[in-house]
Design a protein around this ligand. Structure first.
Ligand code: SF4
Ligand code: SF4
Length: 669
């Protein structure tokens, strides 16, 4: 076309882009060091499945597929764009392998994707302007980008259509079917006008593309560039596990300003597409709390943009090892407080750590560590704790349980049942980790008593720690008191080691998650953790527990977030219920991966819920609507929340809440 014009364009556009990206890089370096990046094989697998494969978007119909079409179109058309830029220097330029027959096939595929992208874009604009789903913001940038991408497709197609009109014998004519079909827009009898249109569409395509590249780092569409790196660099540990905070050599704990976030959290800010999937089923958002996970990320990103010059400077100082100067620059910088002004403090406390946001985000943004880091700052740096939580923290410190019951009473739940203690037995196939709820909360004591009777009937070799057991540490850790958690966890681990424990059985998904996913960071090795639903399902399957016929019961099952979403145990509790003859399970609309939280996780069990409507009331209404007479669960916190909701909404006549162990015991032959 014109090599000089193309060279000047490329030089200007790429230098501008390189300058912006360098600033984004230094801004990233303003953050604290992140988690170590090992396991290349798993990262590549994630990149293939979650990045290029768009697995999370494929799980959804509608908008998810629309995005997949645009993403696939981008990849196919990127190849075409490279070819077009090459043709600025040499009119016959082809990428390697695309000069012959393969190039003809590619032309057909490229036109097909261009058509798909145009359809997806029209639909995307329709959704934004007409149907307007709750989760989408109506903003000009979203529409502008769709129009921009559409223009890239149209100019490409029309440039080829003009070319084929000028050169009817062009080999790609016919293969590039959309361009061929568009030839009618040009008059073969007016070659000069057609050649002008060819140049207009060609250069418009190239200029639009280079302008698009330079626009991306300034808005939510930065994700076009950062999503694949973010997927590759994502956290590989289970979503329920929090990162260990190292206390040695630090003066500050948690995150009280942007520079305290790890670079990974800043990359999250770059990558948020503002799609709103995280808000969609956030229990806090849906019940009127001031927490909206998307806005946590975008508020922080807005502040990062506002402080960009300062953060770039800090990033450069840190990279040069001038940490004292970086610290002085950070301390001197006046800015709105991260907690209180950028993020509402109530929002930080409203999170139940249910994991919906993390599991639904198509670009692997990790909201929970972001929120917990801010709680860590509030609790450990500012000693700011919601009033209702103070008694639970006192109980954890003094008696190793958030009910603040005397620790000597930890075995009282056993009563006259023949429950073996580890200190008497010395060893057992399973250590039954009872947990604080099973030990001290009267309703959950019933569940634990049912469970040990089932274990006894099935002849399972187990023992409990009794008064040697301490809180697993979940409540302390989730509310941000990492110091307290790091005092508690090693005590249990030491006890496990003393009895050479190989299998831990627990009826509490919070204990399950903490012991299985977090204790290994504190030295627990070679221990299998089993949830009671998994063992009970096995015992029924193996015929070690037999059931009597004639239950005639319709129940619904509520998924615990820490058992389901965080640890993917969805079927075992349903298998236990499904094994009872005459019992039917009516699923709630929000089940399994989309299960709705009970409101108790993240330490919320021990806080007041004074904003909006109650999360457990929302859930119990859904359970009642199934027409079931029981809502069953496999988590002590859920059981308490559902039981409370039944009482508070006057549904006691219609519905009761039970653990699966109680249902099973009631129906034993
Ligand atoms: S973890 Fe749950 S409650 Fe917390 S922000 Fe995410 S969706 Fe909302
Ligand atoms: S955090 Fe993830 S799910 Fe939420 S709006 Fe951003 S990209 Fe979408």
């Amino acid at each position: 076309m014109n090599a000089i014009a193309m060279s000047v364009l490329l030089l200007c556009a790429l230098s501008l882009f390189a300058g912006t990206m360098a600033d984004r890089w230094w801004l990233l370096r303003a953050g604290a060091p992140g988690e170590p990046l090992g396991n290349v094989r798993e990262r590549l697998r994630s990149l293939l499945v979650l990045g290029f494969g768009q697995q999370r978007l494929l799980l959804e119909k509608g908008a998810g597929w629309m995005h997949v079409a645009i993403f696939a179109g981008f990849i196919v058309i990127f190849t075409r764009t490279c070819t077009l830029i090459g043709r600025g220097f040499d009119a016959d330029f082809h990428l390697p392998l695309l000069g012959g027959d393969l190039g003809l096939v590619y032309a057909a595929v490229k036109d097909t994707f261009a058509a798909l992208v145009v359809v997806a874009i029209v639909w995307g604009i329709w959704r934004r302007l007409v149907t307007r789903p709750r989760r989408l913001h109506l903003n000009a940038e979203g529409v502008l980008i769709l129009v921009w991408i559409g223009s890239l497709m149209v100019t490409d197609i029309l440039a080829d259509a003009a070319l084929f009109t000028l050169e009817p014998g062009h080999p790609e004519r016919g293969w590039a079917w959309l361009s061929t079909a568009s030839m009618g827009l040009f008059d073969p009898g007016r070659p000069v006008a057609t050649a002008t249109w060819l140049h207009v569409h060609y250069w418009a395509h190239v200029v639009l593309l280079l302008a698009f590249l330079n626009f991306l780092p300034f808005g939510k569409h930065f994700h076009v560039l950062t999503a694949l790196p973010a997927v590759y660099l994502r956290r590989l540990t289970p979503s329920g596990a929090l990162e260990k905070l190292e206390f040695e050599g630090r003066e500050t704990f948690g995150v009280g300003r942007l520079e305290d976030f790890s670079w990974r959290r800043i990359l999250d800010m770059y990558t948020c597409t503002e799609c709103g999937r995280c808000n969609d089923m956030c229990p806090a958002d849906l019940t009127g709390k001031p927490l909206h996970p998307r806005e946590i990320i975008t508020n922080e990103r807005d502040q990062a943009w506002d402080l960009a010059d300062h953060l770039v400077n800090v990033g450069k100082l840190k990279a040069q090892g001038r940490s004292a100067e970086a610290a002085a620059a950070i301390a001197a910088k006046e800015r709105p407080a991260l907690i209180g002004e950028v993020n509402d403090e109530e929002a930080i406390w409203a999170c139940t750590t249910c994991g919906w946001c993390v599991s639904s985000c198509p670009v692997m943004i990790d909201h929970i560590p972001n929120i917990i880091d801010q709680r860590r700052h509030l609790v450990m740096m500012e000693a700011k704790v919601p009033a209702a939580l103070q008694n639970a923290l006192r109980g954890l410190e003094n008696n190793s349980n958030p009910w603040n019951a005397p620790s000597a009473a930890r075995e009282d739940w056993i009563g006259d049942l023949p429950v073996p203690r580890m200190r008497d037995k010395g060893s057992a196939a399973y250590l039954l980790f009872v947990g604080c709820a099973g030990s001290f909360d009267s309703r959950n004591v019933d569940v634990m008593r049912a469970l040990v009777q089932l274990l006894g009937k099935a002849g399972v070799d187990y023992a409990v720690l009794g008064r040697e057991e301490g809180c697993c540490g979940d409540p302390a850790r989730r509310v941000g008191h990492e110091y307290l958690f790091q005092m508690q966890a090693p005590l249990n681990i030491e006890t496990f080691k003393r009895y050479d424990v190989r299998k831990v059985l627990t009826a509490c998904p919070h204990c399950f998650n903490t012991i299985a996913n977090e204790y290994p960071d504190f030295g627990l090795e070679g221990v299998e953790v089993i949830h009671h639903s998994e063992l009970l399902a096995d015992l029924v399957r193996e015929g070690r527990l037999t059931l009597k016929p004639g239950a005639d019961l319709k129940v619904t099952y509520h998924d615990s977030c820490y058992l389901g979403r965080h640890n993917e145990v969805y079927e075992a509790p349903r298998d236990v219920l499904g094994a009872v003859p005459g019992l039917t399970v009516a699923e709630m609309p929000r089940n399994r991966r989309e299960g709705f939280c009970c409101g108790a996780g993240g330490g919320r069990m021990f806080m007041e819920e004074h904003l909006g409507t109650r999360i457990n009331h929302n859930r119990i209404a859904e359970a009642a609507a199934t027409g079931a007479s029981e809502v069953c669960t496999a988590c002590p916190f859920c059981l308490t929340m559902l039981g409370d909701a039944i009482k508070e909404t006057d549904r006691g006549e219609q519905l009761r809440a039970r653990d699966i162990a109680e249902v099973l015991l009631d129906n034993l032959a």
